[in-house]
Design a protein around this ligand. Structure first.
Ligand SMILES: Cc1cc2nc3c(=O)[nH]c(=O)nc-3n(C[C@H](O)[C@H](O)[C@H](O)COP(=O)(O)O)c2cc1C
Length: 190
């Protein structure tokens, strides 16, 4: 899959100065907070991420606010693999954030089931040393499923940072976009 990337674009670490943070991939899964991802894009841009690529899961694409995103992104939102005859447009990432991360995507990512472009990217770059932040958003009932705790353990063992408070009330299932960005920007560089 590395062939998917435009290697010509420079990527640097999020520990670098604001102008040099590099390329941020934001992966949005199919849960309601995905409708606010444009806000994360704007905040990330203000904190120095030079190039931002949003990738939606196939169902996640239905939750995104494409109108708002079109005003804050330079690149179209991606959801599918590039075919061999299509141009390479994505520079390799310097960091990745998965927000919101669904129960489904978390479990597939941990298990290595790459049936969506989004999970394929996550599997490809996990363990590559770049900062990856996962922000699960799910009901308490699903959070109690044993697959979820096993998956989080697996992902953490691969170096993935997980921002999740199992005791948070339902209305605070997701941290704010500001909190998510602060966590990402505070992660050590690769
Ligand atoms: C309105 C709606 C809200 C949903 N909210 C959540 C949620 O908060 N967390 C979650 O894990 N799944 C949620 N789901 C279920 C996921 O969308 C479903 O598991 C889907 O297969 C996830 O696909 P993805 O992981 O490829 O994005 C919701 C579905 C709908 C239709």
């Amino acid at each position: 899959m590395a062939e998917d990337f435009d290697q010509g674009a420079a990527a640097s670490s999020p520990g670098a100065s604001q102008a040099e943070r590099g390329v941020l991939y934001i992966i949005a899964c199919a849960a309601p907070p995905a409708s606010g991802v444009a806000e994360l894009v704007s905040l990330a841009r203000s904190s120095g991420w030079g190039r931002i690529q949003v990738i939606g899961t196939p169902l996640g694409m239905r939750f995104l606010d494409h109108y708002r995103l079109s005003h804050v992104l330079d690149e179209p939102v991606r959801s599918e693999w590039r075919m061999p005859w299509e141009p390479k447009t994505m520079p390799p990432p310097s960091a990745m954030v998965v927000a919101p991360a669904t129960f489904n995507t978390i479990n597939k990512w941990a298990a290595g089931i790459t049936d969506t472009f989004a999970v394929g990217l996550l599997c490809e770059f996990s363990g590559a040393g770049l900062p990856i932040l996962a922000v699960p958003c799910l009901q308490a009932e699903l959070a109690r499923h044993t697959a979820f705790s096993r998956s989080l353990e697996e992902l953490r063992s691969m170096g993935v940072r997980v921002l999740f408070d199992p005791d948070a009330p339902p209305q605070a299932r997701m941290p704010s976009w500001e909190q998510i960005l602060a966590e990402l920007n505070g992660m050590p560089p690769s």
